[in-house]
Design a protein around this ligand. Structure first.
Ligand SMILES: Nc1ncnc2c1ncn2[C@@H]1O[C@H](COP(=O)(O)OP(=O)(O)OP(=O)(O)O)[C@@H](O)[C@H]1O
Ligand code: SF4
Ligand SMILES: [Mg+2]
Length: 346
């Protein structure tokens, strides 16, 4: 039986039999890539949950393992390049790392959809045909009905004159419209979870805000959860409920958005806040920027991986890796000195 619960944000539909259980629970995920210089530990023991209808943002600099995390969830790490070497990915309790390939294909698209970091529209096929094909791969629909649903979804994502524009090829759409079409394609099967990997990075600031607003609207009408991947903490406020910060293949902080903004407990998060773009186009310049480069994931530093760049590093930091500890209400951080620290005042 399905029932509707009202939350502070949009109205979300949940299944009563699974109420209280996370939609997705990732436990101690480990993913490695092979490279000529050695094994890249792209995801190194990451755990997190997403509840039905919730929006979780995953934030971190380039190369920290955000995309590898998303691809691992969906079983999409290319075999020739690497593999998941440990952990569990429980989707409604079912471990996606151990299900058969056919079951995984069924869940992918139907229950979990992804908007990839690299554009995935086929340049030589009409937009409407591409969306119809996704629908027909998972639903018993005639060509005509699938086309009509594709048009409906293009309308839902704000494409004007959708019936006409569905006949266009991707190059006839602007960047923002292409992104809307990708969103239409991803949500056409009404997934329970949408993974959006940097969905706005290539767009200008005004269009970014429109696309994020669109994602929230689609979430409101379809009741899905969203895992938003971004390197920019600035776009997370007003969008996500919780944030997970990754550094060097690991989770270093997680918190409800508001407490992360008010009281970032990890010096890396504090630095990231200094590199954010506000959607009005202004940069926040009162906070420090992070200097130096992210760690090698082939031979990361011992102890805290942020120590070589951290202005607060001490001997202990270089000697031992800090555990991820509770530092507030639903707020956890992996820093030896996180508790009680106000980095901004130092
Ligand atoms: N196919 C691959 N072969 C070898 N190493 C890879 C491959 N794909 C990614 N990596 C490495 O794995 C690590 C994590 O990469 P990932 O793509 O997950 O980073 P990311 O956080 O998504 O970065 P970005 O913000 O640039 O998209 C990086 O060190 C990257 O160089
Ligand atoms: S553990 Fe030490 S080096 Fe790491 S973030 Fe905290 S203060 Fe900085
Ligand atoms: Mg990426």
């Amino acid at each position: 039986m399905r029932q509707t619960t009202s939350q502070a944000q949009p109205t979300v539909t949940v299944d009563a039999s699974t109420a209280g259980r996370p939609l997705l629970e990732v436990r101690d995920l480990r993913t490695e890539y092979r490279s000529p210089s050695g094994i890249v530990r792209a995801v190194d023991g990451v755990s997190f949950t997403i509840n039905p209808g919730e929006v979780l943002a995953v934030v971190g600099e380039s190369g920290c393992g955000k995309t590898a995390t998303a691809l691992s969830i969906l079983g999409l790490i290319p075999r020739h390049a690497g593999q998941v070497v440990g952990g569990q990915v429980l989707f409604e309790g079912e471990d996606l790392l151990s299900v058969r390939a056919e079951r995984l294909r069924q869940i992918r698209g139907d229950r979990i959809a992804m908007i990839f970091q690299e554009p995935t529209l086929d340049p030589v096929r009409r937009i409407g045909d591409q969306i119809s094909e996704v629908l027909r791969a998972h639903r018993a629909l005639s060509h005509h009905d699938a086309w009509n649903q594709a048009v409906e979804f293009l309308g839902l994502v704000g494409i004007p004159r959708a019936a006409e524009r569905a006949r266009d090829y991707p190059h006839q759409f602007s960047g923002g419209m292409r992104q809307r079409a990708l969103i239409a394609m991803a949500v056409a099967l009404r997934p329970d979870l949408l993974i959006a990997d940097e969905p706005t990075t290539a767009l200008d600031v005004t269009i970014q805000a429109q696309i994020l607003e669109l994602l929230l609207e689609v979430r409101r009408s379809l009741g899905m959860a969203i895992l938003l991947i971004t390197h920019d903490l600035g776009i997370v406020a007003g969008f996500a409920e919780r944030v997970m910060v990754m550094y060097g293949g690991r989770k270093v902080e997680e918190a409800p958005v508001r407490s992360l903004y008010r009281q970032p407990k990890h010096p890396y998060t504090w630095g990231l806040l200094g590199c954010t773009t506000r959607l009005d186009g202004n940069r926040r310049d009162r906070l420090p920027q992070i200097t130096g480069a992210p760690p090698s994931l082939i031979s990361p530093p011992t102890g805290c991986r942020f120590a070589p760049r951290c202005p607060h590093a001490q001997e202990l930091c270089r000697a031992s890796y800090p555990a991820l500890l509770e530092v507030g209400d639903r707020h956890r951080a992996a820093c030896h000195f996180a508790e009680g620290e106000e980095w901004g005042s130092s």
